[in-house]
Design a protein around this ligand. Structure first.
Ligand SMILES: Nc1ncnc2c1ncn2[C@@H]1O[C@H](COP(=O)(O)OP(=O)(O)O)[C@@H](O)[C@H]1O
Ligand SMILES: [Mg+2]
Length: 247
């Protein structure tokens, strides 16, 4: 479970002007839920995500992960429990696929044979044949393959939570659609609590159990696809749902 308890995040920009990136966010993401945060650029999605693994700290309010106030726990211990996937994959270019996926196991001082075993298992899980891919470098992969490796790496320590920041948005539509299908299957196998940031309504509908629509730092409405479509909270939600192409 991930709980946002009236979380506000302010930044001051170079001119010293205050920007409220996230305003009074109150949201509970249930255990095993896949929850999408959706909204236009600049509405506070990335900031919300980065506060969960403490890449940013809230200005006020509290965040609890599995019941623990994250301000009060060891940050490295916290990050071990939370996988993180970003849009560009975030792979180390000078390291092979196997080394990229195994990097967290390495830090945890797993035995080399255990790392090899885990890397093979993870490659299989994301649909990449270990024999073909383990020794490649990121530059030798397609965009879709890189994102699969990014997902595999996030799963390496078998975290209960996964944060994903527009993980599939740089992919072409066909690859994205394939990865959506694969990821949907993967989620059925691994049972994680997932917070997925996206600006793609189709992706949110496809993958998420519930969706929060954000606008200017606030969540405008949270619900299932059906709830949002049947009873949009206001005109903004209606327009948001209508203005995006959804298959
Ligand atoms: N480090 C920062 N310093 C100042 N302002 C920031 C910083 N990070 C984000 N912001 C501002 O906070 C707002 C929300 O940004 P962000 O969370 O990245 O939105 P999104 O991911 O929805 O596009 C934007 O107005 C952005 O310019
Ligand atoms: Mg963002």
């Amino acid at each position: 479970m991930i709980e946002f308890d009236h979380v506000t995040k302010r930044y001051s920009d170079q001119s010293g002007t205050d920007v409220v990136a996230v305003r009074e966010l109150a949201l509970t993401i249930g255990r095993g839920e896949t929850h999408a945060l959706i909204g236009t650029s600049g509405c506070g999605k990335t900031t919300t995500l980065r506060m969960v693994n403490r890449l940013e700290d809230p200005t006020s309010g509290a965040i609890r992960v599995g019941g623990d106030d994250i301000a009060a726990v060891d940050v490295f211990g916290l990050r071990r429990r939370i996988g993180y996937v970003i849009q560009t994959g975030g792979l180390f270019p000078h390291m092979t696929v196997a080394a990229n996926i195994g990097v967290l196991c390495e830090l945890e001082r797993y035995a080399p044979a255990d790392i090899r075993r885990r890397v093979s298992e993870l490659l299989g899980l994301v649909g990449l044949e270990p024999d073909r891919f383990a020794t490649r470098y990121p530059s030798e992969l397609s965009g879709g393959q890189r994102q699969r490796v990014g997902v595999a790496r996030a799963l390496a320590l078998d975290p209960d939570y996964i944060l994903m920041d527009e993980p599939f948005s740089a992919l072409d539509p066909i690859t994205r659609s394939e990865i959506h299908d694969e990821f949907e299957q993967l989620l059925k196998t691994v049972h994680k609590t997932v917070l997925l940031v996206t600006h793609d309504l189709h992706e949110a509908f496809k993958l998420a159990d519930r969706i929060s629509i954000m606008h200017r730092g606030s969540v405008v409405q949270t619900g299932t696809r059906e709830q949002l479509e049947r009873t949009p909270a206001n005109e903004f939600v209606t327009r948001f749902l209508a203005g995006n192409e959804v298959a």
